[in-house]
Ligand binder design. Structure first.
Ligand code: HH2
Length: 275
Protein backbone atom coordinates (compact mmCIF):
# COMPACT_ATOMS: atom_id res chain seq x y z
CA UNK A 1 0.00 0.00 0.00
CA UNK A 2 1.64 3.22 -1.18
CA UNK A 3 0.93 6.41 0.76
CA UNK A 4 -0.32 9.49 -1.09
CA UNK A 5 -0.64 12.25 1.51
CA UNK A 6 -2.37 15.38 0.24
CA UNK A 7 -1.75 17.39 3.37
CA UNK A 8 0.38 20.41 4.12
CA UNK A 9 1.43 18.97 7.50
CA UNK A 10 1.96 15.19 7.34
CA UNK A 11 4.76 14.15 9.61
CA UNK A 12 7.18 12.85 7.01
CA UNK A 13 6.15 14.11 3.59
CA UNK A 14 3.82 17.02 4.40
CA UNK A 15 3.48 19.54 1.65
CA UNK A 16 5.52 17.69 -0.93
CA UNK A 17 2.53 16.31 -2.80
CA UNK A 18 -0.14 18.82 -1.87
CA UNK A 19 -0.94 19.83 -5.45
CA UNK A 20 -3.41 17.40 -7.04
CA UNK A 21 -1.34 16.84 -10.18
CA UNK A 22 1.81 16.18 -8.19
CA UNK A 23 -0.10 13.74 -5.95
CA UNK A 24 -1.52 11.84 -8.93
CA UNK A 25 1.93 11.67 -10.47
CA UNK A 26 3.37 10.45 -7.18
CA UNK A 27 0.66 7.76 -7.00
CA UNK A 28 1.55 6.63 -10.51
CA UNK A 29 5.21 6.38 -9.52
CA UNK A 30 4.34 4.27 -6.48
CA UNK A 31 2.33 1.89 -8.67
CA UNK A 32 5.29 1.73 -11.04
CA UNK A 33 7.39 0.67 -8.04
CA UNK A 34 4.97 -2.14 -7.21
CA UNK A 35 2.16 -0.70 -5.07
CA UNK A 36 -1.17 -2.42 -5.69
CA UNK A 37 -3.12 -0.15 -3.33
CA UNK A 38 -2.84 3.67 -3.12
CA UNK A 39 -3.93 5.21 0.20
CA UNK A 40 -5.01 8.82 -0.37
CA UNK A 41 -5.30 11.01 2.74
CA UNK A 42 -6.25 14.66 3.25
CA UNK A 43 -6.00 14.91 7.03
CA UNK A 44 -2.79 14.41 8.96
CA UNK A 45 -3.15 12.18 12.00
CA UNK A 46 0.37 12.67 13.30
CA UNK A 47 0.67 13.14 17.08
CA UNK A 48 -0.51 16.61 18.05
CA UNK A 49 -2.26 17.37 14.74
CA UNK A 50 -5.55 19.26 14.72
CA UNK A 51 -8.65 17.95 12.93
CA UNK A 52 -9.49 19.28 9.46
CA UNK A 53 -13.01 20.32 8.34
CA UNK A 54 -14.73 17.92 5.95
CA UNK A 55 -14.92 20.55 3.18
CA UNK A 56 -11.18 21.15 3.33
CA UNK A 57 -10.35 17.45 3.43
CA UNK A 58 -12.62 16.84 0.44
CA UNK A 59 -11.12 19.73 -1.51
CA UNK A 60 -7.72 18.13 -1.02
CA UNK A 61 -8.53 14.52 -1.88
CA UNK A 62 -11.28 14.69 -4.53
CA UNK A 63 -9.14 16.06 -7.40
CA UNK A 64 -6.53 13.42 -6.63
CA UNK A 65 -9.07 10.59 -6.58
CA UNK A 66 -10.57 11.89 -9.82
CA UNK A 67 -7.12 12.17 -11.39
CA UNK A 68 -6.26 8.61 -10.39
CA UNK A 69 -9.61 7.36 -11.73
CA UNK A 70 -9.00 9.12 -15.06
CA UNK A 71 -5.47 7.72 -15.34
CA UNK A 72 -4.59 4.92 -17.72
CA UNK A 73 -3.14 1.87 -16.00
CA UNK A 74 -1.68 -1.45 -17.10
CA UNK A 75 -3.10 -2.89 -13.88
CA UNK A 76 -5.19 -0.36 -11.95
CA UNK A 77 -4.41 -0.09 -8.23
CA UNK A 78 -7.10 -0.38 -5.59
CA UNK A 79 -7.80 3.15 -4.33
CA UNK A 80 -8.07 3.61 -0.58
CA UNK A 81 -9.35 6.73 1.15
CA UNK A 82 -7.67 7.44 4.48
CA UNK A 83 -10.39 9.27 6.39
CA UNK A 84 -12.34 9.30 9.65
CA UNK A 85 -15.31 11.12 8.10
CA UNK A 86 -18.31 9.38 6.54
CA UNK A 87 -18.99 12.32 4.20
CA UNK A 88 -15.43 12.15 2.81
CA UNK A 89 -15.61 8.36 2.47
CA UNK A 90 -18.98 8.57 0.66
CA UNK A 91 -17.63 11.09 -1.86
CA UNK A 92 -14.44 9.07 -2.35
CA UNK A 93 -16.37 5.85 -3.02
CA UNK A 94 -18.48 7.70 -5.61
CA UNK A 95 -15.32 8.54 -7.60
CA UNK A 96 -13.71 5.12 -7.59
CA UNK A 97 -12.24 4.38 -4.16
CA UNK A 98 -13.08 0.86 -2.97
CA UNK A 99 -11.32 0.78 0.42
CA UNK A 100 -12.02 3.00 3.42
CA UNK A 101 -8.98 3.24 5.71
CA UNK A 102 -10.49 4.58 8.93
CA UNK A 103 -7.94 5.21 11.70
CA UNK A 104 -10.85 5.79 14.10
CA UNK A 105 -12.42 2.37 13.32
CA UNK A 106 -15.95 3.60 12.56
CA UNK A 107 -16.36 6.24 15.27
CA UNK A 108 -18.39 8.42 12.87
CA UNK A 109 -21.90 6.97 13.31
CA UNK A 110 -22.59 7.21 9.58
CA UNK A 111 -19.40 5.42 8.55
CA UNK A 112 -20.63 1.79 8.86
CA UNK A 113 -23.59 2.57 6.56
CA UNK A 114 -21.35 4.27 4.01
CA UNK A 115 -19.00 1.26 3.92
CA UNK A 116 -21.83 -1.30 3.87
CA UNK A 117 -23.93 0.48 1.22
CA UNK A 118 -20.86 1.16 -0.90
CA UNK A 119 -19.82 -2.52 -0.79
CA UNK A 120 -16.35 -1.24 0.12
CA UNK A 121 -13.41 -2.86 1.84
CA UNK A 122 -12.63 -1.29 5.19
CA UNK A 123 -9.53 -1.09 7.38
CA UNK A 124 -10.27 -0.76 11.11
CA UNK A 125 -7.34 0.64 13.10
CA UNK A 126 -6.69 0.88 16.82
CA UNK A 127 -6.06 4.39 18.13
CA UNK A 128 -6.06 5.40 21.79
CA UNK A 129 -7.87 8.77 22.01
CA UNK A 130 -7.42 11.50 19.40
CA UNK A 131 -4.32 12.48 17.36
CA UNK A 132 -4.07 15.79 19.25
CA UNK A 133 -3.61 14.10 22.64
CA UNK A 134 -2.93 10.41 21.98
CA UNK A 135 0.76 10.50 22.90
CA UNK A 136 0.10 12.03 26.35
CA UNK A 137 1.33 9.20 28.57
CA UNK A 138 -0.41 6.21 26.97
CA UNK A 139 -0.76 3.23 29.36
CA UNK A 140 -1.99 -0.34 28.94
CA UNK A 141 -2.10 -3.38 31.24
CA UNK A 142 -1.21 -5.53 28.21
CA UNK A 143 -1.09 -3.57 24.98
CA UNK A 144 -1.52 -6.59 22.69
CA UNK A 145 -4.49 -8.02 24.62
CA UNK A 146 -6.18 -4.61 24.69
CA UNK A 147 -5.59 -3.81 21.02
CA UNK A 148 -6.79 -7.29 20.07
CA UNK A 149 -9.96 -6.99 22.17
CA UNK A 150 -10.64 -3.57 20.63
CA UNK A 151 -10.21 -4.85 17.07
CA UNK A 152 -12.44 -7.87 17.75
CA UNK A 153 -15.14 -5.60 19.19
CA UNK A 154 -14.89 -3.21 16.19
CA UNK A 155 -15.03 -6.13 13.75
CA UNK A 156 -18.22 -7.46 15.41
CA UNK A 157 -19.69 -3.95 15.46
CA UNK A 158 -18.96 -3.49 11.74
CA UNK A 159 -20.58 -6.81 10.88
CA UNK A 160 -23.65 -5.99 13.05
CA UNK A 161 -23.96 -2.73 11.12
CA UNK A 162 -24.04 -4.57 7.79
CA UNK A 163 -20.38 -4.52 6.71
CA UNK A 164 -19.34 -7.78 5.03
CA UNK A 165 -16.82 -9.46 7.35
CA UNK A 166 -14.86 -10.67 4.33
CA UNK A 167 -14.17 -7.04 3.43
CA UNK A 168 -12.62 -6.02 6.75
CA UNK A 169 -8.89 -5.55 7.37
CA UNK A 170 -7.42 -4.86 10.82
CA UNK A 171 -4.51 -2.66 11.93
CA UNK A 172 -2.95 -2.37 15.42
CA UNK A 173 -2.21 1.33 14.81
CA UNK A 174 1.53 1.61 15.33
CA UNK A 175 2.28 5.02 16.88
CA UNK A 176 -1.34 5.88 17.66
CA UNK A 177 -1.45 6.35 21.44
CA UNK A 178 1.52 4.05 22.09
CA UNK A 179 4.98 4.35 23.58
CA UNK A 180 8.00 3.00 21.70
CA UNK A 181 7.83 -0.16 23.85
CA UNK A 182 4.11 -0.58 23.05
CA UNK A 183 4.92 -0.37 19.34
CA UNK A 184 7.67 -2.98 19.67
CA UNK A 185 5.45 -5.29 21.73
CA UNK A 186 2.72 -5.10 19.08
CA UNK A 187 5.21 -5.96 16.35
CA UNK A 188 6.78 -8.74 18.44
CA UNK A 189 3.38 -10.36 19.09
CA UNK A 190 1.67 -9.43 15.83
CA UNK A 191 0.73 -13.09 15.30
CA UNK A 192 -1.84 -12.65 18.10
CA UNK A 193 -3.59 -9.92 16.08
CA UNK A 194 -3.31 -12.01 12.89
CA UNK A 195 -5.05 -14.84 14.81
CA UNK A 196 -8.30 -12.82 14.75
CA UNK A 197 -8.55 -14.15 11.21
CA UNK A 198 -8.71 -11.02 9.05
CA UNK A 199 -5.86 -9.59 6.91
CA UNK A 200 -3.62 -7.34 8.99
CA UNK A 201 -2.32 -3.98 7.78
CA UNK A 202 0.89 -2.65 9.31
CA UNK A 203 1.90 1.03 9.17
CA UNK A 204 5.36 1.77 10.55
CA UNK A 205 6.67 3.77 7.60
CA UNK A 206 9.15 6.47 8.66
CA UNK A 207 7.52 6.72 12.11
CA UNK A 208 9.32 8.45 14.96
CA UNK A 209 9.99 5.42 17.15
CA UNK A 210 12.12 3.93 14.34
CA UNK A 211 14.44 6.93 14.42
CA UNK A 212 14.76 6.80 18.21
CA UNK A 213 15.55 3.08 18.29
CA UNK A 214 17.61 2.96 15.09
CA UNK A 215 19.49 6.16 15.99
CA UNK A 216 18.65 7.51 12.58
CA UNK A 217 20.03 11.02 11.99
CA UNK A 218 17.40 13.77 12.35
CA UNK A 219 15.69 14.51 9.04
CA UNK A 220 16.51 11.11 7.52
CA UNK A 221 13.69 9.02 6.15
CA UNK A 222 14.15 5.89 8.32
CA UNK A 223 13.72 3.62 5.30
CA UNK A 224 16.02 0.84 6.50
CA UNK A 225 14.27 0.84 9.88
CA UNK A 226 10.88 0.66 8.16
CA UNK A 227 12.04 -2.37 6.17
CA UNK A 228 13.18 -4.17 9.33
CA UNK A 229 9.72 -3.85 10.84
CA UNK A 230 7.94 -4.85 7.65
CA UNK A 231 9.99 -8.01 7.31
CA UNK A 232 9.25 -8.99 10.91
CA UNK A 233 5.56 -8.21 10.41
CA UNK A 234 5.50 -10.38 7.28
CA UNK A 235 7.01 -13.25 9.22
CA UNK A 236 4.27 -12.87 11.83
CA UNK A 237 1.51 -12.90 9.19
CA UNK A 238 0.81 -9.29 8.14
CA UNK A 239 -0.73 -8.93 4.68
CA UNK A 240 -0.62 -5.22 3.80
CA UNK A 241 2.35 -2.88 4.33
CA UNK A 242 1.49 0.82 4.31
CA UNK A 243 4.66 2.58 3.12
CA UNK A 244 6.00 5.80 1.65
CA UNK A 245 8.91 3.99 -0.07
CA UNK A 246 7.38 1.24 -2.18
CA UNK A 247 10.40 0.00 -4.18
CA UNK A 248 12.61 -0.95 -1.20
CA UNK A 249 9.59 -2.34 0.67
CA UNK A 250 8.67 -4.60 -2.22
CA UNK A 251 12.24 -5.82 -2.72
CA UNK A 252 12.78 -6.64 0.93
CA UNK A 253 9.39 -8.38 1.26
CA UNK A 254 10.06 -10.53 -1.81
CA UNK A 255 13.37 -11.71 -0.37
CA UNK A 256 11.97 -12.21 3.13
CA UNK A 257 9.02 -14.22 1.79
CA UNK A 258 11.29 -16.35 -0.39
CA UNK A 259 13.47 -17.04 2.65
CA UNK A 260 10.42 -18.10 4.61
CA UNK A 261 9.58 -20.51 1.81
CA UNK A 262 6.52 -18.59 0.73
CA UNK A 263 5.96 -16.99 -2.61
CA UNK A 264 4.90 -13.44 -1.86
CA UNK A 265 3.42 -11.53 -4.70
CA UNK A 266 1.91 -8.10 -4.46
CA UNK A 267 -1.75 -9.14 -4.67
CA UNK A 268 -4.20 -6.74 -6.24
CA UNK A 269 -6.14 -6.63 -2.94
CA UNK A 270 -6.00 -8.20 0.48
CA UNK A 271 -9.66 -9.18 0.63
CA UNK A 272 -11.34 -11.82 -1.47
CA UNK A 273 -14.12 -10.30 -3.53
CA UNK A 274 -17.29 -12.17 -2.54
CA UNK A 275 -19.29 -11.64 -5.68
N1 HH2 B 1 -0.63 5.78 9.91
C1 HH2 B 1 -0.85 7.05 9.50
C2 HH2 B 1 -2.00 7.38 8.76
N2 HH2 B 1 -2.89 6.42 8.41
N3 HH2 B 1 -3.58 4.16 8.43
C3 HH2 B 1 -3.39 2.89 8.81
N4 HH2 B 1 -4.26 1.93 8.46
N5 HH2 B 1 -2.29 2.52 9.57
C4 HH2 B 1 -1.35 3.44 9.96
O1 HH2 B 1 -0.40 3.05 10.65
C5 HH2 B 1 -1.54 4.81 9.56
C6 HH2 B 1 -2.69 5.14 8.78
C7 HH2 B 1 0.15 8.11 9.83
O2 HH2 B 1 1.13 8.16 8.88
P1 HH2 B 1 1.22 9.19 7.64
O3 HH2 B 1 0.08 9.05 6.71
O4 HH2 B 1 2.52 9.00 7.02
O5 HH2 B 1 1.21 10.62 8.31
P2 HH2 B 1 0.08 11.69 8.54
O6 HH2 B 1 -1.00 11.10 9.35
O7 HH2 B 1 0.82 12.79 9.25
O8 HH2 B 1 -0.43 12.08 7.20
Amino acid sequence: MGIVNVTPDSFSDGGRFSGADAAVEHGRELVGEGATILDVGGESTRPGSAPVAAEQELARVLPVLEGLAASEWDAPPQISIDTRKASVARAALSVGATLVNDVSALRDPEMPGVVADGGADCCLMHMRGEPRTMQNDPRYEDVVDEVKAFLEERLHFAVREGVDEQRVLLDPGIGFGKTDEHNLELLRRLDEIVAIGRPVVIGTSRKGFLGRIGRTPPGAERIAATLATNVLALERGASVFRVHDVAPARESLLVAAATLGARWTAKSRATTPTS
